[in-house]
Design a protein around this ligand. Structure first.
Ligand SMILES: Cc1cc2nc3c(=O)[nH]c(=O)nc-3n(C[C@H](O)[C@H](O)[C@H](O)COP(=O)(O)OP(=O)(O)OC[C@H]3O[C@@H](n4cnc5c(N)ncnc54)[C@H](O)[C@@H]3O)c2cc1C
Length: 443
């Protein structure tokens, strides 16, 4: 079911007609997801000749598989960022997440991209009773410092937002919405092609070498010389860039889509049609389909190879633990894609040997990838507006890691145990499954 992507029904993947590879160009870009296309559009509009290479069909990576939630999330909290980098840097990163979200909304409107975007807001559920205060404080901080419409939701009011008693209240922020990710990607591809970008689908970059003032780029369909190179391969980085591969951990994230539900039931379960998340370490994210008929429910996949059935069943069980009434509802689609994590879990733009990279969105790239790709392009252009709070040193290499996430099952097991411990403060009907129960699902 790896490629049973619900989004591809309304927006099938397409590859532009094959073109010969230009022997030279101003900029070569690796990856035709949101990062690569965003960079390409910015560069082409500034008059640069741009070739984008993707080893799969453009968008076939995470950019057409994701949940379409315009979260622009940061994994570390504001307090954690402030502790590590100082309060001004933490403020700047948070301010940039607001700017990046707004920039995406402006882009969709200006380019008339029909991607079912709706600014419906996001509900975050408190998984343990103690999480409510943290969510309430964060909503208050968002409102006070960034002027975001955000507020806490007490447990007694929760059903106005979500038809479940699974949370101990939560919070709502209204600057996050939902879109159709594959339609967004198709719109970006259209804009890129109209701006003069050449996009080579099914063309793997196999090596990049510095050559005097430019780069010699070899691909599966022939070589090119480029003055600059931007890499946007994120969770799909392969052996052709072993340096980056040791720094980005690809992690599978999976989404299931239920069969169509009646409008009464959808109204009961998702009365405000909001995007949803929660405070669990191994958290789930979910949303109504853009036509409001199904629930799309996402979370960790837990596998590193093959495509077994058990992650779909584990997600279905998690969905039912939140909405027990869906016990007999069939799952009609299930698919996964790779997100990219780095050691400090901060999306970033960085350079090495004169080449630029934008990566490490930790599962929140709908906003960040487009933004970081654009910033990387502005930096190549030498434009001062390319400076970003996400400009960091390259992420640290991960010890004993060469691209195969062998340690992820152990990391997930540890996180699952943390969630189980946190859930002991919940009434027994609302507890997380014991780690041993989940093993039973795998059999
Ligand atoms: C199931 C799932 C749900 C998600 N949900 C959300 C969500 O709701 N909200 C959110 O904000 N984010 C979400 N994300 C994350 C988001 O989709 C990604 O962060 C974002 O799409 C990254 O875009 P990208 O362009 O950097 O990478 P990708 O879209 O993954 O593109 C990378 C491309 O690089 C290409 N490539 C790699 N190596 C080479 C090479 N050697 N030569 C040529 N091409 C190469 C690949 O073929 C691939 O197409 C989700 C991700 C997944 C998988």
């Amino acid at each position: 079911m790896a490629d049973d992507v619900y989004w591809w029904q309304a927006a099938p993947l397409s590859s532009p007609p094959p073109k010969p590879i230009d022997p030279s160009c101003d900029v070569a870009i690796v990856g035709a997801g949101y990062t690569g296309l965003s960079a390409a559009i910015t560069l082409a509009r500034a008059g640069r000749s741009v070739q984008v290479f993707d080893k799969m069909r453009p968008g076939e990576g995470a950019s057409t598989r994701n949940g379409g939630i315009t979260s622009g999330n940061l994994r570390p909290s504001h307090a954690q960022l402030a502790k590590k980098f100082g309060p001004p840097a933490a403020d700047a990163i948070h301010a940039e997440s607001k700017a990046a979200r707004e920039d995406l909304y402006r882009f969709i409107a200006d380019e008339k991209i029909d991607c079912d975007f709706k600014m419906v807001g996001r509900f975050s559920g408190a998984f343990a009773p103690g999480d409510y205060d943290r969510l309430a404080r964060e909503a208050e901080r968002l409102h006070r410092t960034l002027g975001v419409e955000a507020h806490a939701v007490q447990r007694s009011e929760q059903r106005e937002y979500l038809g479940t008693d699974a949370y101990f209240g939560g919070s709502v922020r209204m600057d996050i919405g939902g879109l159709h990710p594959a339609k967004l990607h198709a719109g970006m591809l259209r804009v890129a092609l109209a701006s003069g970008v050449t996009v080579h689908g099914k063309t793997a970059v196999t090596g990049i070498e510095r050559a005097a003032n430019s780069y010699s780029v070899t691909t599966s369909r022939g070589p090119t010389m480029a003055r600059d190179v931007i890499t946007g391969s994120n969770g799909y980085t392969d052996q052709s860039d072993r340096w980056l591969r040791r720094r980005m951990v690809p992690v599978r994230s999976r989404i299931i889509a239920t069969a169509a539900l009646s409008s009464n039931l959808m109204g009961e379960l998702m009365p405000r049609r909001m995007m949803c998340g929660e405070t669990r370490q191994l958290h789930y994210y979910y949303r109504p389909s853009p036509d409001g008929t199904r629930i799309l429910f996402g979370g960790r996949d837990g596998t590193i190879a093959g495509d077994p059935q058990w992650p779909t069943e584990a997600l279905r069980k998690a969905l039912i633990s939140i909405f027990p009434i869906l016990d007999n509802t069939p799952v009609e689609h299930s698919w996964f894609g790779h997100v990219a994590m780095n050691l400090d879990m901060i999306p970033r733009i960085f350079a090495r040997d004169g080449r630029r990279y934008a990566a490490g969105y930790c599962g929140s790239g709908v906003v960040w990838a487009r933004w970081a790709g654009q910033k990387a392009a502005l930096q190549v252009l030498g434009d001062a507006t390319g400076r970003s709070a996400l400009d960091f040193r390259p992420p640290a290499a991960i010890p004993f890691f060469e691209g195969k996430s062998w340690f992820m099952p152990a990391v997930f097991a540890w996180m699952r145990t943390q969630d189980w411990i946190a859930s002991k403060s919940r009434p027994s009907a609302l507890r997380a499954s014991r780690p041993s129960d989940e093993k039973a699902v795998r059999k």
